[in-house]
Design a protein around this ligand. Structure first.
Ligand code: FAD
Length: 383
């Protein structure tokens, strides 16, 4: 019998490959190894769970046992891979057990970036990048009122909206001059800021957090200009870094993510990567849609039909109900500029090149209704 396809990781990427592969092939042995509980859940739901009345438990669609039976694969939760031997085609688990693979899929996700802050409260800063983090956060919220979020990006703004709607006092701190600074032109940033402020969020922009100190029950955040705020909980949401260490130690090429070609293949024929850990044809795209497309292509390849991934335009919906927003970030290496129409109901920002070709957009408020008519005019992310 053939050795199995081994998938490391039980996040959206690991599960998407397993599911797509099962649609094409019911015979191949598939083993999923996961450092966590191994259950299937939708990570994007974490940032609007409070206001949608969800508990961490109710977000889980199926635990490891249920998913294994549904997909007819073997799932080993709480099973961390500590090494890959690409020459021997085997992985070593933390307890020393070795598993031989025929093909290996790395779906390892990403780690939260930690800012280099000083102070004795730093160890108490929370981050949320998976269900277990979120469970801790929900426990920590009990009896608390004031939450500070460092980072006004997508995740920071979504949690801010969710917490404010649920009645918490929310401070959002960011080094840049506007929320969603990487995705929106200034008019868009001003619009979402004003809508989130109306929902109760307090922004501290152009503010560099320097230290977080524990003062009795409270955390004190001190900024570079000397000002300070007090908080019950500090959540850091300043970005992600692909998990590459396992690959690096195995001699697999790594750049901003694990380097793969459009077959999702590393430099080794039978080792693949996708999801937040991967850099696919030069792009690191830590979102759901790229995973869906990559998983379909990779499943076909694993089933014996080598298939390159193609990414169409993949707009991202920002889950801030106080300010509906959808963004399709342009490739900023292509020269272009924002064309902005704004009024009190919304912002329509189109990023065009000098021939008038649409390269990306940011739609907020009422302008989100134009998503369906504009999206077909966007260029594919990977032709
Ligand atoms: P993960 O889900 O991080 O999975 C990695 C897996 O690898 C885990 O099971 C982990 O245990 C395992 N693992 C790691 N190392 C090892 C090891 N050594 N041995 C064994 N197992 C290991 N994207 C959108 O497109 N739209 C959204 O609205 C959106 N909202 C989001 C909201 C939040 C709060 C967050 C945090 C993200 C959001 N995203 C959103 C991003 C999206 O959820 C991620 O891109 C996606 O879930 C990543 O899936 P993944 O499988 O690559 O990684």
């Amino acid at each position: 019998m053939k050795n199995p396809v081994v998938i490391i990781g039980s996040g959206l990427a690991g599960y998407a490959v397993a599911r797509e592969l099962r649609k094409l092939n019911t015979e191949l042995d598939v083993v999923m190894l996961s450092a966590d509980h191994g259950g299937f859940y939708s990570k994007p739901m974490l940032s609007n769970a409070l206001s949608s009345g969800k508990t961490p438990e109710s977000i889980v669609n199926g635990d490891a046992v249920q998913m294994a039976s549904q997909l007819k694969i073997s799932i080993r939760p709480h099973c961390r891979v500590s090494a890959i031997d690409q020459a021997a085609c085997e992985v070593t688990l933390a307890d020393g057990e070795k598993i031989i693979y025929n093909q290996l899929v790395l779906a390892l996700g990403a780690d939260q970036v930690h800012l280099p802050l000083s102070g004795d409260g730093v160890a108490n800063i929370l981050t949320i990048n998976d269900l277990d983090d979120y469970k801790k956060f929900r426990v920590a919220l009990t009896g608390k009122k004031r939450i500070s979020i460092i980072g006004a990006g997508l995740i920071g703004c979504e949690f801010a909206n969710d917490l404010a709607t649920a009645g918490y006092h929310v401070d959002v701190i960011d080094i840049s001059a506007q929320p969603l600074g990487r995705l929106l032109p200034p008019a868009g940033g001003a619009f979402i800021r004003q809508r989130l402020e109306a929902a109760g969020v307090v922004f501290h922009l152009n503010a560099t957090t320097q230290s977080v100190d524990q003062v009795q029950e409270k955390l004190h955040l001190t900024f570079a200009d000397g000002s300070a705020i007090e908080s019950d909980i500090v959540l850091s949401a300043v970005g992600l870094r692909a998990r590459t260490q396992l690959a690096t130690s195995a001699g697999i090429s790594v750049n901003r993510g694990i380097v793969v070609n459009r077959l999702l293949q590393t430099q080794f024929d039978n080792i693949y990567a996708l999801g937040d850990c991967a850099e696919v044809a030069g792009k690191v795209l830590p979102f759901v849609m790229p995973i869906t497309h990559a998983a379909r292509a990779l499943a076909a390849t694993l089933a014996g039909n080598p298939t390159e991934v193609r990414y169409p335009a993949m707009p991202v919906i920002v889950k801030t109900p106080a300010c509906p927003a959808v963004v399709s970030p342009p490739d900023f290496t292509i020269k272009g500029e924002w064309h902005v129409e704004a009024d009190q109901n919304g912002v329509k920002a189109l990023y065009k090149d000098d021939t008038g070709r649409l390269l990306g957009y940011a739609l907020l408020g009422a302008a989100t209704q134009e998503k369906n008519s504009l999206t077909p005019h966007l260029p594919p992310v990977l032709e």
